[in-house]
Design a protein around this ligand. Sequence first.
Ligand code: THG
Length: 805
Amino acid sequence: MEIKKILEEKILFFDGAMGTMLQRAGLKRGEIPEILNIEDKDKIINIHKKYIEAGANIITTNTFGANELKLEDIKYSVEEIIDAAVKNAKKASENRDTLVALDIGPIGELLEPMGTLKFEKAYNVFKRQVIQGVKSGADVILIETMADLYEVKAAVLAAKENSKLPVFCTMTFEKDRRTFTGCSILSMIMTLEGLGVDALGVNCSLGPVELEPIVSEILEFSSIPVMVQPNAGLPKMVNGETVYEISKEEFSSIEKRMAEKGARILGGCCGTDDTFIKKVVEEVSKVKPISKNSSKICGVCTPTNPVIIDGVKVIGERINPTGKKLFKEALKNNDIDYIVKQALSQIDAGADILDVNVGLPEINEAEMMIKVVKELQSVIDIPLQIDSNDKNVIEKALRIYNGKAIVNSVNGEEKVLNSILPIVKKYGASVIGLTLDEKGIPLKAEDRFKVAKKIVNKCLEYGISKEDIIIDCLTLTVSAQQKEVVETLKALNMVKNRLKVKTVLGVSNVSFGLPNRELLNSTFLAMALRDGLDLPIVNPNKSEIMNTIYSFKVLNNEDVGGEDYIKLYSNLKPKKDSAIRNVKAIDNKDSNKVSNEETSEDLIKIIIKGIKDKSAIITKELLKNNSELKIVNEYLIPALDIVGKKYEKGDIFLPQLIQSAETVKKAFEVIKEKLILENKDQISRGKIILATVKGDIHDIGKNIVKTVLENYGFTIIDLGKDVPKEEVVKAAKEHNVKLIGLSALMTTTVKSMEETIEALNENNIDCKVFVGGAVLNEDYAEMIKADYYAKDAKEAVEIAEKILC
Ligand code: THG
């Protein structure tokens, strides 16, 4: 039976951990599990068989790390490994109706802009896996243990574009209900549902106890089947071995509760074995599957900032060259900085979403759109609205957009609908439909309503749901078409109440050619809001506009208790979404000519905002009148401290932390250049050795710590990954360091960490050791006799400052 059909009626059982079973079967530290698909087939087949015996409907191939970047140094190709792995699973399920899921884990490197891996490169890595998986006969594609929404998008596109198989996708969340790169549950749901996966959910991360509230939130908002594969509780170290704290009885009773709440696909991750799955199947089979709510979230998002359209949300109009000489110049001169500034100032003024239009006849719009979207998404954290008439531009922008965007726009013309809607559907965007067609803009409200209805029906035909349709009844200019302004509002009211979709209007159009435009704009805005306008496209930097919106929200019972209103108008800022950086915008000054007075304060702001290009320019200016050390101590370090505090408070997330760190790096580069020119010693706050220990090839965490420590002014001696203890000892002696950081991602390699620390002690190396990595915690660190445990890069900095400064 087709999986989609099965899911409508049944609860599906996946298997449990492969790694746990392999370790018990004697997998050695540092051994690459995927190689066993070829070199020890029987071991793998036996594990699969155990899970089938236990009652799993779907077993997962032993291919978690089978990608070309992780398997670089081994003698088998990705294709050979995947082929063997799928065949092993198929062999185990011979004569049974068990299905085989091709397992795809994270690549193990950070994507741009956080890291260096390009989106299209990631796509190609996943594509190779998918193509082989299909060839070898997999039945399902399982994308799992993902922490970065952008990487997930690359993987899902690779799966959908190179196979017809069902795609299941799970991410790993931490207790704060975000992945380690800050992705929120709602953003995951909106983005993955948009991309058309068949099931979504959570795996690994934590035990079932800690996952329960996360699963409940996913169940509340997901309109597609929800999948859960928890660890067997949290890991503990007992006699040098990793054990998980939860019994199969407790595990299965919590999974049963999840099933009762609506979870449809259940299995296990780290620490679970066939006895867990057997118990789960026993318990959960008693549950009658409940049918899920099918209503989707109405909203758009970036990974860290989901914007739900459940009331008025402001779309900023200013990234648009129409009628703006300076903006046109900026586009022609490739001055992306200018555009970023327009974005920041609109966010500071209260925009929730930004319209992005970079169309100019004399430039390549597609190239510019990609550049601007990427740059904006690396600095700001609100969703974007892709504004273009060109299908190619829209498609390219949607492909590289991280999250769920709005497309501005389609209209009632058949050929426009038929060319743009498939793209909107494929990439899972929301879409604005303008109420005009081949015959132009209808004058009467009833006729605009008819066009709106046609657009809505066409969207539904293409599989775009009502929640993703936004209708624009078109603002006309009152100076030229006075009678039609009320027709717009009448049509808006009809659309809102009869078609039950969201509405948008370009408000500023109303006042072209008249004096005191803001007065007309804000009065028209108030009228439109009253008629049900959800998404005004406005200039948020005009106080009349934002005043109208804030006051409307109180009067319309949206701003409950007038909380935001009171904060704002008693001279406090309103409580904005936490992810937005609440620093005042940088003024429109020519970035190359800045006076010393301006630069001092601005450098800190620039770092907090993460504007890389400007940081070098301003540092150069500052160096004319300030010592290198003064700049480091009075600007760079304090700015990083502010950023660090925001990160700790959860006001910003890893992407922004790294962005700010990179901004400091640019400043450091300028300072170092000058020091080298003057033949002075390099500024360093101290040397630190970093290494991922023997047997572990995951260095993503170590690399993040390295970047951040470097940007705090420390000199890093990076020994790389899979580093033997002897090499750490040797480097420690040679460089005479006072601090060493060790990283391990896998439970199996924590032992190596302990041995490395022992070796340092035996050799009487006088230095402190801090440790970090996904499976570590305070207790582990103590047990293996590390001096410090660093939860994240920020804590590593605090340790370094304590020891070295
Ligand atoms: N519906 C939808 N999209 C739209 C519109 C709409 N996008 C474009 C436009 N209308 C909304 N955006 C703008 C942007 C700028 C101005 C008006 C609407 C504007 N510009 C000034 C001018 O042209 O004189 C320049 C202002 C300045 O220099 O800052 O007024 O209706 N879906």
